[in-house]
Design a protein around this ligand. Sequence first.
Ligand SMILES: Cc1cc2nc3c(=O)[nH]c(=O)nc-3n(C[C@H](O)[C@H](O)[C@H](O)COP(=O)(O)OP(=O)(O)OC[C@H]3O[C@@H](n4cnc5c(N)ncnc54)[C@H](O)[C@@H]3O)c2cc1C
Length: 282
Amino acid sequence: MSSHTTFRVGGPAEYYVRPKRTQVAEIIALCQTYDIPWLVIGNGSNLLVGDGGIEGLVLEFGQEAAQVTAEGNVITAQAGAPLFAVARKAAEHSLTGMEFASGIPGTIGGAVVMNAGAYGGEMSQIVRKVTVLTPEGIEKELSLEELDFGYRHSSIPVHHYIVLDVELLLQPGDVRQIEERMAELRSQRSKKQPLEYPSAGSTFKRPEGYFAGKLIEDAGLRGYRVGDAQVSEKHCGFVINRGQAAAADIRQLISDVQKQVENQFGVKLDTEVRFLGEFNKI
Ligand SMILES: Cc1cc2nc3c(=O)[nH]c(=O)nc-3n(C[C@H](O)[C@H](O)[C@H](O)COP(=O)(O)OP(=O)(O)OC[C@H]3O[C@@H](n4cnc5c(N)ncnc54)[C@H](O)[C@@H]3O)c2cc1C
């Protein structure tokens, strides 16, 4: 899995598939027939996969399920479409509202699941409708109400739904302004974030009333290391892999940071990064 996650860590998956949209239902049905556990990923940009790998099947939404179309103010994207490609399509059609997400290195499916957000925007503001596959193999359209968006939360994982397509409702805008805003946000990201190292972005959710990065810095943990896992010196909210980190190192570092911050400030840091697979078995 280290080649399918932006942290560049994680042991092997037992089975790995990157299907077309039309093949997803059949694969899930096969998993059920043969009693194979399955899970779905996008670009792996919010995941920490254990060194012992993943038992069962990993279904990746990638370039085989990444069509994007525009009609009027509506963009429809298959779950594997990268956010930058969806944002580019929106810009080509002079549609505004998606700029905030253009530098997030995930798929649109993963972004909806996470209700990804940045610079004051989040997916919940632009999503109109999501088509999912239920664990029973039925395609279903979810309304905004059913998606139950919250801070880095949607109802999708609660029901083990698989996102197939996402419909976004955007607004007419000026193509030059849209492109300028995307370039400005890209430049802010590269100035503030350690993009030169593998990571999964912000490791922790923002605790109410605080900033995770500031708490970590104030706890004296800037640059703190466990093996090759490190609290970024550039942005304390990011845990980075300096090259040879194991998932166990990253997990240990996350746990050390949580303990230190709670001891010193009484604030509990929850992870935004999702943990998958086996951490003890190698
Ligand atoms: C450098 C960097 C910067 C980042 N900046 C931001 C930021 O500004 N804002 C932000 O919110 N995030 C940010 N992230 C985190 C991450 O990019 C987002 O959370 C992104 O939305 C995850 O998308 P993904 O396709 O990589 O999903 P993955 O990491 O592959 O999966 C995330 C979760 O979604 C589930 N999932 C994925 N696809 C599907 C699907 N089709 N159906 C059902 N479940 C699915 C997975 O099971 C998992 O639980 C950043 C990450 C990095 C590395």
